[in-house]
Design a protein around this ligand. Structure first.
Ligand code: 5GP
Ligand code: ZN
Length: 140
């Protein structure tokens, strides 16, 4: 399935240029045009799905495996010191392109990226209340 208005579907169709660095039966990996660090890649399923909540389970599995493969390559070939895998699901979570994708962001000692939140201990009662709401449905 493709979405004619989707920029990543256009990349898959060859209608928009992209620097492709990996592909398999279910996924394609290409360079992000606004790299957060050197070697920032995007892994996408060939089949259009808007986000994490709607992507086919087999495609999700394939994207996860391809992301691991590219993380290994970033360490070996770009000499990255670490890697972040990032997925944003929903506009409120910073998603801007609504074709499911995982960012593979190589990390380097002294690179400029910083955690976007300040870890502070939470209110134990509020943590427990959220857990209780999550546990209300059967565990999956
Ligand atoms: P999101 O914000 O949805 O998590 O990530 C979308 C990513 O797609 C952004 O990092 C953005 O730089 C990248 N992007 C947007 N348009 C294009 C494009 O036309 N080509 C490539 N290669 N990357 C794109
Ligand atoms: Zn698409």
């Amino acid at each position: 399935m493709t979405d004619p208005d989707c920029i990543f579907c256009k990349i898959l169709a060859g209608e928009i240029p992209a620097t492709i660095v990996g592909e398999d039966e279910r996924t394609v990996t290409f360079m992000d045009i606004n790299p957060a660090t050197r070697g920032h890649m995007l892994v996408i399923p060939r089949t259009h799905a808007a986000d994490l909540l709607s992507v086919d389970a087999e495609d999700l599995r394939a994207v996860a495996i391809a992301s691991q493969r590219q993380a290994v390559r970033a360490k070996e070939l770009l000499r990255a010191d670490g890697v972040n895998l990032v997925n944003s699901c929903g506009a409120v979570a910073w998603q801007t392109v609504f074709h499911f994708h995982v960012h593979v962001i190589p990390r380097y000692v002294d690179d400029p990226l910083r955690l976007p939140w300040v870890p502070v201990p939470g209110d134990p009662a509020e943590i427990a209340a959220a857990a209780q709401e999550l546990a209300a449905a059967p565990r999956t």
